[in-house]
Design a binder for this molecule. Sequence first.
Ligand code: TRH
Length: 379
Amino acid sequence: MRTRWDIFCHVVDNYGDVGVCWRLAKLLVAEYDCNLRLWVDDLDTFNRLCAADGITLSNSTPTLIQGVSVNYWPSIWPEVAPADVVLETFGCQLPPAYIAAMAAREVKSCWLNLEYLSAEDWVGGCNGLPSPQPNGLQKYFFFPGFRPDTGGLLREAGLIARRRSFQQCDSSRHQFLERIGVNPDPNAALLSLFCYENSALALWLNTLSEGETSYHIVVPEGRIGASVCAWLGRDDYVLGVVYRRGQVSIQFIPFLSQNDYDLLLWSCDFNVVRGEDSFVRAQWAGRPFLWHIYPQQDAAHLVKLDAFLEVYSAGLSAQCRSALVSCWHAWNNGEPPVGNSTLLSGELDLTGHAEQWCRHIEGQNNLAESLVQFYLNSV
Ligand code: TRH
């Protein structure tokens, strides 16, 4: 009989919480034959994330998409029989009645709390640790990460091979870009831009616009629309239209499906990404990227940023490393990326390094497989 899974997702903000859960759910069903329900407490956000797939979710009835039963997680919890594996994501609180039902099961559910991704050292030591609960149940912490002692990263089977053959085939790239209405000048570097509001953005665009290289920057609709418009000296934009200022062409496009967003990352020479999921996908893309980390209170995110920079830049020359570190620091502190234009303009070849890094993390654990294995070891 197929193992039954329940994944609970509380949407804090933006798309990352539901983006990670949705990707994980699809993967567990497609590759591990799980019988899976995904419970999400904000289907409006989910609807925006999967609009490009032509999907509309409703609060009243579960929707079966790609084998995943997507359910609204209501504040008044209905009576639901708990699954064999229960995943609460990012510290969300399960409904008390559901926990009581888990405790009442003859064979206890395997209860896991999936944490946020971090490259910090302590993560490996905490991965898989039990957290005994007052009702006798055992909950386990599960940490994604970049090291062998963590749960690893989400990666679909054959992803990297597909990405490499896409990048080796000019016509695949061309056809994809044409499909999404992007037709860059062949001499321009193609960039994608997905980040939070950032006071460094206008200064960075200034630098690019005044340089010698041409850039075509693709901006999926979202939070930075207004600031990019302001930089262009406009009040608004029309999707698909290319706006020019100096060496920079800017094109806003509709928010893509997760699959098409991957293709965009694969197509670009350089990607600006944020949060957690796009950050990981940029790494699988094997292209240089700039990470706008999700800002946390007390600048806790800067520790995470440095932890990642430490592992990511390990194989770089001193010159490259220092350019990368100062650029990422500046960007994440909202400071002018002065002196970093070389990095962003591609003068330092980070492409080889990005591919090497991708090969390195490809050898690490696969998060979906780690979760399945953890459950199998527990029964
Ligand atoms: O949207 P994010 O900023 O998400 C988050 C949340 O803020 C969350 O609360 C926080 O905890 C987390 O970051 C660290 O960024 P992220 O994680 O990259 O999620 C974006 C999702 O949107 C991801 O699944 C990729 C997807 N996406 C598309 O499907 N199409 C697109 O066009 C774009 C730009 C993104």
